[in-house]
Design a protein around this ligand. Structure first.
Ligand SMILES: [Zn+2]
Length: 184
């Protein structure tokens, strides 16, 4: 493969927003049925119109497996509620019987384990006074997510559009190509 972003279906902003809305609905629904559990909502952060393809599904599955391995090793009971491949980006909804801060710690440690794993977004949700609430990295003593390209926080760079989509794709392509070599 020469460039990761040569394959895949380009999606529009409304498609991306539809998925976000759907996920918020499902997250609320799952936690309403299991109010004392935590929910992992896993996606990859892929900027630009191509959000998934065979190689990115491979990356996704790799990190999904890693997360599940940690849960199994630490004996946190879990249920896979939903695993979808979608042009707007894949997702996993995993319900876990463990406190949200514990789950967020596992996710953040995995996110920070390598450059490639920084593509992962392990969002942890729970119900606080019946409201869908997300755990922030700062609540578990971690710094905010760092940009893939520079040393600024990711939010600052994405808000100011400091890096072009092409620049981000070039970096991601590099990381994924390296990963694919290790998978053969
Ligand atoms: Zn940056």
């Amino acid at each position: 493969m020469t460039n990761l972003f040569d394959t895949g279906v380009a999606v529009s902003l409304p498609q991306v927003l539809d998925v976000k809305e759907y996920l918020a609905h499902r997250q609320q629904e799952i936690l309403t049925n299991h109010p004392n559990e935590s929910l992992l909502s896993f996606r990859l952060n892929i900027p630009g119109p191509i959000k998934t393809n065979d190689a990115l599904v491979q990356v996704f599955d790799h990190f999904q497996n890693q997360f599940i391995q940690v849960l199994t090793a630490q004996q946190h009971p879990f249920v896979i509620e939903e695993r979808q491949t979608n042009p707007a980006g894949d997702w996993l909804l995993l319900r876990v019987q463990t406190p949200p801060l514990t789950l967020k710690t596992i996710g953040t440690q995995l996110e920070e384990a390598s450059d490639l794993s920084r593509l992962c977004d392990f969002d942890v949700l729970y119900l606080k006074d019946q409201q869908l609430t997300s755990v922030h990295r700062t609540e578990i003593g971690h710094a905010k997510r760092q940009c893939l390209i520079c040393h600024e926080t990711a939010k600052v760079c994405s808000r100011s559009r400091r890096h072009s989509v092409l620049e981000m794709q070039t970096k991601i392509n590099q990381l994924v190509q390296q990963f694919l070599l290790t998978q053969k």
